[in-house]
Design a protein around this ligand. Structure first.
Ligand SMILES: C[S@@+](CC[C@H](N)C(=O)[O-])C[C@H]1O[C@@H](n2cnc3c(N)ncnc32)[C@H](O)[C@@H]1O
Length: 361
């Protein structure tokens, strides 16, 4: 199978869309206002239309091409937009079986897919609206069309291209993009990890998602400090990755972890522990505390992180003052910690996750 590498020019020619910059953006439920605010700040002229209140909206940026808009979105990635899909074409639907044929014809006439390209079709629909077909039937119909018309290869993961279909009550909004351009290659940015037998906490998914989102590989770290570690979901992931973990929490860790040869457990308040300078190359902190108390505690422990070390920190969003909270956290931890990326992860609730590097000087 040949490799299909897609440059911006090529994407324009595959969609016949080098002008309209229309997108659908998705945030975690309740953070749509923050996501809209970020989009407003990113584009000079933009029209925003809610699709699902407080969660999904359409935006149409004016005076900018799809490609330029995509560059802006990926280079200055918004914190609260977990997923975007372009809208290259829209077609009226009536929610009957005949929509499937309409979708096949629209894909055939609107896109020009390279032969052999691995294409994932991701379909979403509005909750509470009746359609005569499932999103999966819709995906299957489009899969059939891309094989028949372009000899492309339908895939679920590892795609070169994603065809996104969002069904409203009256329209199918369809876009073609490279996976990285959607900010997440999961449909709607909804990252679904498999729950494992005996998994200690759902919190583990947060750290797994952070590893993926921030492009980290915890196998490359040796000594991790986990502050606010109980019951031990994050600690268990870091142990699985082969790190030595020092877990700090006044609460108990899951008994299944305690015998692990690479675990040191300090059943203490993080304000009462002391380490060697530069003892850790990774610090993670998932304390459900007010951000300012958290930054004081973390700030007091930063001597124990090597210069160039990584810190992954969950920040609770008090009263939804998200942007102010982020500024305060970054200000409190600077200049020791330099922010690399902040993201509200799919697995974050009233919080977001920040990725810092400890300054080298
Ligand atoms: C959301 S839980 C952490 C879940 C954990 N990441 C996991 O994966 O299982 C927050 C933890 O922070 C701990 N915590 C709160 N204040 C703390 C402090 N001052 N020092 C250490 N741990 C603290 C709490 O006891 C609680 O166990």
């Amino acid at each position: 199978m040949k490799d299909v590498h897609i440059e911006g020019d090529r994407m324009d020619s595959m969609t016949n869309n080098d002008k309209a910059a229309g997108f659908i953006a998705t945030s975690n439920h309740g953070f749509g206002a923050q996501a809209m605010e970020e989009i407003r700040r990113l584009f000079e002229q933009v029209k925003l239309t809610a699709i699902v209140p407080a969660e999904i909206f359409r935006f149409d940026a004016e005076g900018i091409s799809k490609r330029e808009a995509t560059l802006l979105l990926t280079e200055r990635e918004p914190v609260f937009v977990r997923h975007v899909q372009p809208v290259d074409v829209q077609v009226a639907i009536d929610r009957t079986e005949s929509d499937l044929h309409r979708l096949q014809e629209t894909v055939k006439s609107s896109f020009n897919l390279p032969e052999g390209a691995k294409v994932a079709v991701q379909t979403r629909k509005l909750d509470g609206v009746e359609y005569a077909y499932t999103p999966f039937a819709c995906k299957e119909a489009i899969d059939e069309a891309i094989v028949r018309n372009f000899r492309a290869e339908p895939v679920v993961k590892g795609a070169d291209l994603i065809i996104s279909v969002f069904l409203t009550a009256e329209l199918a909004l369809i876009g073609l993009s490279a996976p990285a351009d959607n900010l997440s290659d999961w449909s709607g940015g909804a990252v679904r990890f498999q729950r494992e037998e005996g998994q200690i906490s759902r919190a583990k998914f947060k750290l797994l998602e952070a590893e993926m989102r921030f492009g980290l590989d915890f196998r490359s770290y040796r000594n991790a400090l986990d502050i606010g570690a109980a019951p031990g979901g994050w600690t268990s992931l870091l142990l699985e990755r082969g790190c030595h973990v020092t877990a700090v929490d006044p609460a108990r860790l899951d008994p299944g972890l305690l015998q692990h040869p690479k675990l040191t457990f300090l059943q203490k308040n993080a304000g009462d522990v002391r380490f060697r300078d530069g003892a850790f190359d990774l610090l993670v902190c998932d304390m459900s505390w007010s951000p300012r108390q958290m930054t004081t505690l973390v700030g007091d422990l930063l001597y124990a992180v090597q210069p160039g070390g990584t810190c992954i920190i969950t920040v609770k969003l008090m009263h939804k003052k998200a942007f102010q909270t982020m500024r305060e956290v970054v200000g409190d931890l600077s200049p020791q910690l330099e922010l690399q990326k902040a993201k509200q992860l799919f697995h974050n609730r009233e919080e977001l996750t920040m990725f810092f590097i400890k300054a080298r000087s």
